[in-house]
Structure formats: structure tokens, C-alpha cells
Design a protein around this ligand. Structure first.
Ligand code: NAD
Length: 276
């Protein structure tokens, strides 16, 4: 058996979206990091660099979610500044310098654990960085919503979304949910077009649930449902229940001088410089 000698050199994996700008950044980083003595490998990396947008970072998260406890992520954006991306395409030299000086510092944020229970007894577990969304295909979704075994409400509408704090600025925000600072260890339940009248009643607003609590959605009808987990959608015909809780593991990002404040990101993305 060949023993690989541990040299203390950091192992870096890179993932880039398929467009000329991202591919050019990939080439530049590959060359620069190799020259700087890093080991470039997709196997057991210490650091994962995603090149593209937030969608690419979501893909990188899912590719390496089995290594969450040991890996740190860093994003390079090749379009506008994203929520999960600290560097822009023209910051490549700065990223290489910061990686050379890296001491292992990290910033950690909660992720969501999604437990899907099927009627045949099968159990599937997913992790979401942004959110998980349950919808019924053909008709209004009717589902019991439980919070910690308490029957909270019977939901009727298009579907329900449960988001992480970092996901609160994504789909959740479009649904009228609140923006949560990512250091708040909580998940948020948001309604998608609920039916509210004298017969059907739901809370109507989104609900923020703390780390120790559990949410469960129990669809009423035997029908086809879609479960979207970040940028992937799965289809099931036999859902018994879907459970949600904050996962034990967190996502770790490389703490670099480039890591801008969350509120700056929110302002930059949604408000901009409005003349007063
Ligand atoms: P996509 O290409 O349609 O991108 C969706 C947009 O969401 C992009 O502009 C991306 O930068 C942004 N985004 C992603 N994560 C974000 C975050 N945490 N905070 C703020 N903005 C964020 O789809 P994709 O790249 O495959 O990303 C999937 C995500 O798209 C899902 O996780 C969901 O949050 C989001 N989405 C939003 C809506 C909506 O707002 N109506 C609907 C479906 C999905």
C-alpha cells in the first residue's frame, strides 16, 4: 500500500459554472494556486472554491455536504456580487494572497435537515443551504403543519417553504418572509399562496422557529408532490410526512478580509444607492 505523506499543504477543490468568464477565472486560479504550492484536487479538500454565482455555491455545497465538518467554502462571483460569494472575478490575485496567509479561520452558518418519510416506510434525508419547498402538483396542497408535535394549522394553498437564515434572502424573501441575520440559529416557515377565508385559516405570516424545535408537514392527499431542496427538485407519489430541523452540522466559509457584512450585502442586493 502506498502511504501518502502529509505535507501540511492545503488541498483545494474548484468548481466553475460553464461560461467563458468562469472558465477563465478557473484557469487563472488553477495556475496561481499551483504555483503557490497548494494541492489541487477534488478528493477530500480542505477548501472548496466555487466560481460562478450563488447557484454554483449551492452546487458546491451539495457536492461536498458529506465533508461539512472539515471543509471550508469560498465563492468567486463572475457576475454581480452574490450572497455566498466574497470575491469578484477581478479579485483572483487577492484571493490567492489571502489563501497563502490563511490560518484556518472560518465563519459558520446553520443548514437545514430535511427528513422525508415515505408511506412504504422508506426515509430519505437531505440538507438544504437555502431552503426546502413542498408543493402538490395538480391541485391545492392540503397539509397539517405540526410544530413540536403541536397541530399548528391546516394549510391550503400552493405549498410551504422552510428556509435557513442565509436562505432567508432567497425564495423566502419573495414569499414575504423576514430577512434573518445568518448567525441566528433558526428556520423560517413561509406560506406559498395560502387560501384564507371564512372556511380555511392559516397564520398568514411567516414563522421563525428556534434551533431546538421541529416542524413537520403531513400532506392530506395521496398525490404527486415536489420537494425542492435548494436548486434540485425531487418528485414523490407517496409522502407520509416531511420533517425539518436545524442540522447538527454547519456550513463553514473561509473567513477572509473580503467577507463583507451581511447588512451591506442585503443593502447592495435589494436597495442599492437610492437618492434621498
Ligand atoms: P436561479 O438561477 O433561478 O437563481 C435564483 C436567484 O436567487 C439568483 O439571482 C441567485 O443569486 C439568488 N440567490 C440564490 N441564493 C440566494 C440567497 N441565499 N440570498 C439571496 N439571493 C439568492 O436558481 P439557482 O441558482 O438554481 O438557485 C436556486 C435558488 O433559487 C433556490 O434555493 C431559491 O432560493 C431560489 N428561487 C427563488 C424563487 C423566487 O424568488 N421566486 C423561486 C424559485 C427558486
Amino acid at each position: 500500500m502506498i502511504q501518502t505523506k502529509y505535507t501540511g499543504r492545503k488541498r483545494i477543490a474548484m468548481m466553475a459554472s460553464r461560461n467563458p468568464k468562469s472558465e477563465a477565472v478557473y484557469e487563472q486560479l488553477f495556475k496561481g494556486l499551483k504555483e503557490a504550492g497548494f494541492i489541487l484536487t477534488s478528493k477530500q479538500p480542505d477548501i472548496v472554491i466555487s466560481i460562478g454565482g450563488d447557484g454554483m455555491l449551492l452546487s458546491a455545497f451539495h457536492k461536498y455536504e458529506h465533508l461539512l465538518n472539515t471543509v471550508r467554502f469560498v465563492g468567486v462571483h463572475t457576475g454581480h456580487l452574490g450572497f455566498y460569494t466574497d470575491y469578484r472575478d477581478y479579485d483572483v490575485e487577492e484571493l490567492i494572497e489571502n489563501l497563502k496567509m490563511d490560518t484556518g479561520a472560518k465563519i459558520s452558518y446553520p443548514v437545514l435537515r430535511v427528513i422525508l418519510q415515505l408511506k412504504n416506510g422508506e426515509k430519505l434525508v437531505y440538507r438544504a443551504l437555502n431552503e426546502a419547498t413542498l408543493k402538490r402538483f395538480s391541485k391545492t396542497m392540503v397539509a397539517d403543519v405540526m410544530i413540536n408535535q403541536v397541530h399548528f394549522e391546516q394549510f391550503r394553498g400552493d405549498g410551504l417553504s422552510i428556509s435557513t437564515p442565509t436562505g432567508s434572502t432567497a425564495y423566502n424573501k419573495s414569499l414575504g418572509g423576514a430577512v434573518l441575520h445568518p448567525t441566528i440559529e433558526a428556520m423560517q416557515l413561509a406560506e406559498i399562496a395560502s387560501l384564507n377565508n371564512r372556511v380555511y385559516r392559516t397564520l398568514g405570516s411567516s414563522v421563525v422557529v428556534p434551533k431546538k424545535d421541529k416542524i413537520a408537514i403531513l400532506p392530506k392527499h395521496n398525490d404527486r408532490y415536489s420537494l425542492s431542496v435548494d436548486n434540485k427538485t425531487y418528485v414523490f407519489d407517496n409522502i407520509e410526512a416531511v420533517g425539518f430541523q436545524i442540522d447538527q452540522a454547519k456550513i463553514h466559509f473561509l473567513a477572509t478580509p473580503k467577507h463583507t457584512s451581511f447588512w451591506e450585502r442585503v443593502k447592495d442586493a435589494f436597495i442599492g444607492d437610492v437618492e434621498s
